[in-house]
Design a protein around this ligand. Sequence first.
Ligand SMILES: O=c1ccn([C@H]2C[C@H](O)[C@@H](CO)O2)c(=O)[nH]1
Ligand SMILES: [Zn+2]
Length: 140
Amino acid sequence: MEKKTVEDLISKAKEAMDNAYVPYSKYPVGAALLTEDGKVYSGCNIENASYGLTNCAERTGIFKAVSEGYRTFESIAIICKGELKASPCGACRQVIAEFLTPDSPVILANEKGEHTITDVKSLLPGAFTTKSLLGDNNEF
Ligand SMILES: O=c1ccn([C@H]2C[C@H](O)[C@@H](CO)O2)c(=O)[nH]1
Ligand SMILES: [Zn+2]
């Protein structure tokens, strides 16, 4: 990926992270997605007093974009507070696998300005996808 694109996505994810609603965990997360036509959608985590209703940053960003008509994304950047780089939860990995391709870059960043780039298939090998429903997933 181009350095500028990576830096831009991380910076948009950080802006979203600053809007995180996290009174319970106090663990802000931000995500930013690049659409096929070059737009960026971002999201933050949104918690709830009924803890299980919390929505992660990744899914907030993806659902915002899907609700406006987007169906596939080029890449996603995720950032969290602190020195550890972000790592999406299992639910988000499944949703990421739905809307990005197995080779799509996933940028995992921390607040110190560091990041790692992995991809969707590494986050969720053998993902259950629309292909599985069509009997066309023979990864395993
Ligand atoms: O990748 C992740 C992991 C966790 N969270 C949120 C959920 C909750 O608000 C807080 C602590 O789990 O972090 C995210 O938004 N994305
Ligand atoms: Zn999640």
